[in-house]
Design a protein around this ligand. Structure first.
Ligand SMILES: C[S@@+](CC[C@H](N)C(=O)[O-])C[C@H]1O[C@@H](n2cnc3c(N)ncnc32)[C@H](O)[C@@H]1O
Length: 248
């Protein structure tokens, strides 16, 4: 899926705004930091402002181009963390916000991160936990099935237990790991849920005709309204995993 970087920065800016909470886990002294899936570079820039030497990587051309345009003095590389080039060196910290659930091969992800961390280097990350946007996914799956389409979950939402096992298997010591609910207001008032769906389930919605898509989204709004509509905005039922781990 290719990202619309301009729309990301305006409509989905809540992602890096919430992600700023992760910056408090960074070491206080300047470090060499790799921002994995840096998107439009907003958090990469905030880490640079804290004094860290940062490199942002992202597989999306649109995101990397936007990051370079916004922050021309910072280092950004178009790279897939599952297939990194030799340009990526060794870091004290691997940082990542709202990325890991997009990646299905979690073993390879953690192995590659480990290879780009110095000994005692830290992984600081946050992403979707098991049960993330559960109400939205359940209704979406049901509506897709009603139209004769299967629902194949594109996201990998993991539990504390499973991620701890994965990290320890890859020789990380888990320093802290937290699973928490983060009800998230969506921008756009009435159209907020529709716009969120169009960004995060773009591939699945792209399989439908315009008529099918319109009907499906209207049905979703009807069914989710009692639970997720909050007077003047939609509130998505996010659940997150926040992790700090040390490479042994
Ligand atoms: C929701 S955005 C988060 C961007 C940024 N971290 C932030 O907080 O604003 C997810 C980003 O992960 C990137 N991404 C997903 N899979 C990736 C991979 N295998 N390698 C590098 N980047 C990846 C996407 O291109 C996208 O820019």
């Amino acid at each position: 899926m290719e990202w619309d970087a301009k729309k990301y920065n305006t409509t989905h800016d809540f992602i890096f705004k919430y992600g700023a909470g992760l910056l408090g886990l960074l070491p206080k002294e300047p470090k060499k930091v790799l921002d994995i899936g840096c998107g439009t570079g907003e958090l990469t820039n905030q880490m640079a402002e804290l004094g860290h030497e940062v490199t942002g990587i992202d597989q999306s051309v649109n995101m990397i181009n936007q990051a370079k345009e916004s922050y021309p003095d910072l280092m950004f590389l178009q790279e897939d963390i599952l297939n990194p080039s030799d340009q990526i060196g060794l870091y004290d910290v691997a940082f990542s916000n709202a990325v890991f659930h997009w990646i299905s091969d979690q073993d390879l992800l953690v192995k590659n991160i480990s290879e780009h961390l110095k000994q005692n280097g830290q992984l600081i990350c946050e992403f979707g936990a098991v049960g993330n946007v559960q109400a939205i996914r359940e209704v979406f799956g049901r509506e897709l099935n009603a139209l004769g389409f299967p629902f194949v979950e594109p996201f990998c939402f993991t539990s504390v237990e499973d991620y701890r096992v994965l990290l320890e298997k890859n020789h990380f010591e888990v320093v802290e790991i937290l699973e928490y609910e983060r009800p998230t207001p969506l921008k756009g008032s009435e159209s907020g849920l529709k716009e969120w769906m169009e960004q995060f389930y773009a591939v699945e919605l792209g399989e439908l005709s315009d008529g099918q898509k319109e009907k499906l989204l209207a049905n979703m709004e009807r069914d989710l309204k009692p639970k997720l509509w909050k007077e003047d905005h939609w509130e998505a039922d996010y659940r997150r995993l926040r992790i700090r781990a040390c490479k042994l």
